[in-house]
Design a protein around this ligand. Structure first.
Ligand SMILES: [Zn+2]
Length: 148
């Protein structure tokens, strides 16, 4: 485990003004980012290795947390929807940005490294991963929704 005193996210939470902290829970923290309205960072409180290493409690809270935050961000009309941008390349906490989106906002993933992956299309490889994930979830083999 990383020394918390050297951890950017632990340090960020410690240094955050109380007015910027949305949640300081046992499994997740959520803080406003860079004074940008509707831009939040959510992060596990434990040091982990990213998605797939969440504690059961953190995993159980993840979906409801995203859903509740998103619902609230859009409830008053300030945002029409939200986007979740997963990070995790540079910290020992699973963390992601939750970004309130307004009509006409630029598409988030244009020109992002994510798009570079489209150059490596591999249908068979992609479908093999889908089949493996379905098996791991105990889902039956894929069938077309219309013929199911
Ligand atoms: Zn930390």
């Amino acid at each position: 485990m990383t020394d918390p005193t050297d951890c950017k996210i632990c340090g960020m939470l410690h240094a955050a003004a109380p007015e910027d902290v949305v949640l300081d829970g046992p499994h997740w923290g959520v803080v406003a980012m860079q004074d940008v309205p509707g831009m939040l960072m959510a992060f596990t409180r434990a040091h982990d290795r990213g998605m797939g290493s969440l504690s059961d409690a953190a995993a159980a809270e993840l979906g409801p947390l995203i859903n509740r935050l998103s619902a609230r961000l859009t409830a008053n009309g300030a945002f029409e929807r939200t986007s979740v941008i997963y990070l995790g390349d540079n910290a020992v906490h699973t963390h992601f940005m939750l970004l309130g989106r307004k009509p006409g906002d630029e598409r988030i993933f244009d020109n992002a490294p994510l798009l570079a992956r489209f150059a490596g299309k591999d249908r068979d490889g992609a479908r093999a991963i889908v089949a493996d994930l379905r098996a791991a979830l105990g889902e039956p083999a894929a069938t077309h929704p219309i013929s199911a």
